[in-house]
Design a binder for this molecule. Structure first.
Ligand code: ATP
Ligand code: MG
Length: 393
């Protein structure tokens, strides 16, 4: 249950989701791909990058560690100049390195070397217009798709460290890039990440600055493709474990939210268990035991990122989030009315309950499984919450 980005043969195709992204790209807009953690966003986008349709070239930039707008543009420019991208262009018969070097020479005060970008004046701050100049100067025969992974994290960091106005400016500058018609002939952006960009933008009172983007989702696997994924895992791992269909279906029922990450996690525990105990035909009881193993001390740290998400809240907000999740663990589901009743509690009335509910939804804790009724997205997560939330938070 490592949660690494998946490449090459390890990537299980998700044709409906891939086609959905292509369809939207072909309509010419900029995309917002927001989905909870571990759903497979990065793997999917990197697959598209490495298997682009005719006429498109991708540039992938992980911007999570950027703390300022300057660092954000720097990261993108370095990726543009980096060999991974220029080699790809060379394959497409461009003299890309020369091209990019000459363009960068046009931006005063910037130099590129093997160690990346450097500035003649150490106080130089890159801006959206530097990125605009570079992209406008590129002579590409393809449309450039610029993937900005964990973009909402940058916004959040700017907001936390430099304040609300800096965050709003950042949103506005990104928007000006998205709305620049000359630039849009050359480039389309895909903004992706797991925290709710819309929640954050709402909180900044600036949702208007992102609603020009076309939202795309990644769906859970259907039962049929989840079964195929189990066979794919066995094949990839050269595993001796083969599951009868009813047992595989039982395993999927335990997962409920059929995302590859969770299926793989349980399947790996089952494989360990069966190999250790020489079990050739696992039963439902073995699947139940494998499910228990997910919470074994050795694997439990993989849940840490769920706790980290809640640590982003202010103290009182975290308390309210915890109460909602505790209640949800107890009752299995909560109606919107029940949630609103919790918001009315005198201890929490001063908080923006809808914001917290929104965050819990975006972070992938819960989802609206029927109109106005919420559940944990995954029974695995619910079980972890039941057992360890008090200790972890
Ligand atoms: N298409 C796929 N084929 C096989 N495994 C996948 C696929 N997509 C996701 N996974 C599994 O899910 C894990 C998480 O995938 P990935 O890092 O792409 O998700 P993410 O949505 O970008 O997560 P995060 O929000 O944490 O960045 C992978 O390590 C892998 O185990
Ligand atoms: Mg990712």
């Amino acid at each position: 249950m490592t949660g690494q980005v998946i490449f090459g043969d390890k990537y299980f195709p998700r044709p409906k989701d891939e086609e959905r992204v292509w369809r939207r790209l072909k309509r010419g807009g900029h995309l917002l791909l927001l989905a909870p953690r571990r759903v497979g966003k990065t793997s999917l986008l990197r697959y598209l990058e490495n298997n682009p349709q005719e006429g498109y070239v991708f540039l992938y930039a992980m911007v999570q560690s950027c703390n300022t707008e300057h660092e954000f543009y720097k990261e993108i420019l370095e990726k543009l100049y980096g060999s991974e991208f220029t080699n790809r262009l060379d394959k497409l018969s461009h003299k890309s390195k020369e091209l990019i070097t000459s363009i960068l020479a046009n931006i005063k005060g910037i130099e590129f070397g093997d160690a990346g970008i450097s500035f003649q004046n150490s106080g130089y701050k890159l801006t959206a217009s530097d990125l605009e100049k570079v992209i406008n100067g590129l002579e590409l025969n393809q449309k450039l798709i610029l993937v900005l992974d964990e973009y909402p994290d940058v916004l959040e960091k700017i907001n936390n460290s430099q304040g609300k106005q800096a965050a709003i400016d950042f949103l506005a500058n990104t928007r000006s890039l998205c709305q620049n018609t000359e630039l849009n002939q050359k480039v389309q952006f895909i903004f992706t990440g797991s925290i709710g960009l819309d929640t954050l933008a709402n909180r900044l009172g600036s949702s208007g600055l992102i609603n020009d983007r076309d939202k795309v989702a990644i769906d859970p696997l259907t039962e049929a493709s989840a079964l195929a994924f189990i066979a794919f895992l066995a094949n990839n791992n050269e595993s001796k474990l083969s599951l009868d269909k009813p047992i595989a279906i039982y395993l999927l029922q335990k997962i409920e939210w059929l995302m590859p990450y969770y299926i793989e996690a349980l399947w790996l525990r089952l494989e360990d268990l069966c190999c250790d105990e020489d079990i050739e035909n696992p039963t439902e009881t073995d699947v139940d035991r494998a499910f228990e193993l997910l919470f074994d001390r050795n694997y439990r740290t993989t849940f840490n990122h769920w706790a980290e998400r809640l640590n982003r809240f202010e103290k009182d907000e975290a308390k309210l989030a915890k109460i909602i999740l505790d209640k949800l663990t107890e009752t299995g589901e909560l109606s919107l009315n029940e949630i609103y009743n919790i918001f009315q509690d005198e201890n929490y009335q001063h908080l923006n309950g809808n914001y917290i509910l929104d965050c819990l939804e975006h972070d992938g804790y819960l989802f609206e499984h029927q109109e106005k009724s919420f559940k944990f997205t995954s029974p695995i997560l619910k079980e972890w919450w039941r057992r360890y939330a008090d200790r972890t938070l």
